[in-house]
Design a protein around this ligand. Sequence first.
Ligand code: ZN
Length: 132
Amino acid sequence: MFFEYHISAPRADFYDITSKVRETIAKSGITDGIAVVYCPHTTAGITINENADPDVVRDLLIGLDKAFPDRAEFRHAEGNSSAHLKTSAVGSSATIIVNGSKPVLGTWQGVYFCEFDPPRERTFFVKVVRGE
Ligand code: ZN
């Protein structure tokens, strides 16, 4: 069994989904194991990063735009190759240790849904697997 969530992503941004991950772990009834957060899209991803200073996420977006700009030589007809590149850079999933019915995250860590090709209605999945 896994849990499915829907998110409106009106702009390119990192959307904090940490509370959904916590909620899913609680609903699963699993106290020890791992949680996998997975994004089934090719122009949006999942990452873990700082959730204390919102400027960090802003800087990540600026950095990704600089690292993966639109280029005239790109051939993909949809015109969003930059978003595909950013998605491969951040990845499509995060795996988080579950201990005592809680995700093991650092003090400053949050789980983010990363939208790179807005506006979109998106989906992500969370699966919790029991393990010692
Ligand atoms: Zn595309």
